[in-house]
Design a protein around this ligand. Structure first.
Ligand code: GRF
Length: 200
């Protein structure tokens, strides 16, 4: 792999446990990448606090701060440019990425989803809703998916996917915890795959 470090932005709305696992994996595995931005629609959340504690620049960017969607998208592109971001990693970002940003970062935005896409994806399929739907459908396995982001929710091409068993007596919460544990390995593995492919 080349000496140049791939510059990453994490987009988060909550705890940011996936962002944190990515950050630690980059250090532990010596991956040629670094987070140069953590962007959130919330002024305070676990991800923003973690970024501050680790010297990663943070940006609070919400559509409400702007008069038009166009101005919001332009501000997002401005932050990405300012921090010279190569790839965007969505990690629990509960907003749609503006079309202008998706177009500017075509095949350079990844998302992690807590189910085996294309099943259990799309609008409304986030957080605990996903795991409730899997249990209600009587599935005996679920999993996690890392995929490229395009203009439709949870529809972009899959980069990496891993299965997790559904166990007898599972509640949405117990299944969510098992899937999240899987996500914490899967997202770093997907990033590593991406970085290797990028150098080929
Ligand atoms: C994860 O389950 C992820 O799959 C989904 O949102 C959740 C984020 O959790 N997109 P965290 O903020 O990374 O802890």
């Amino acid at each position: 792999m080349a000496n140049h470090k791939t510059r990453l932005a994490a987009f988060c709305s909550g705890t940011g446990s996936n962002f944190q696992s990515l950050y630690h994996a980059i250090n532990e595995r010596g991956l040629p990448a670094e987070f140069t931005l953590c962007l959130s629609n919330r002024s305070e959340c676990g991800a923003i606090i973690f970024a501050r504690q680790h010297g990663i620049p943070t940006v609070h960017l919400s559509e409400k701060q702007h008069d038009t969607h166009k101005a919001f998208a332009a501000a997002m592109l401005g932050s990405l440019e300012e921090h010279a971001v190569d790839y965007i990693l969505l990690a629990g970002y509960l907003r749609k990425v503006p079309e202008a940003v998706v177009n500017a970062y075509s095949f350079r935005i990844l998302n992690i989803h807590p189910a085996l896409l294309p099943d259990f994806g799309g609008p409304g399929m986030y957080g605990i809703n996903v795991h409730k739907a899997v249990l209600e459908a009587g599935r005996n396995e679920s999993g996690a998916t890392v995929h490229y982001v395009d203009s439709e929710y949870d529809k972009g091409p899959v980069l990496l996917q891993r299965k997790v068993p559904v166990e007898a007596g599972d509640t949405p919460e117990s299944l969510a915890a098992r899937v999240l544990k899987c996500e914490h390995r899967l997202y770093p593995d997907a990033l590593e795959k991406l970085l290797i492919a990028k150098e080929l």
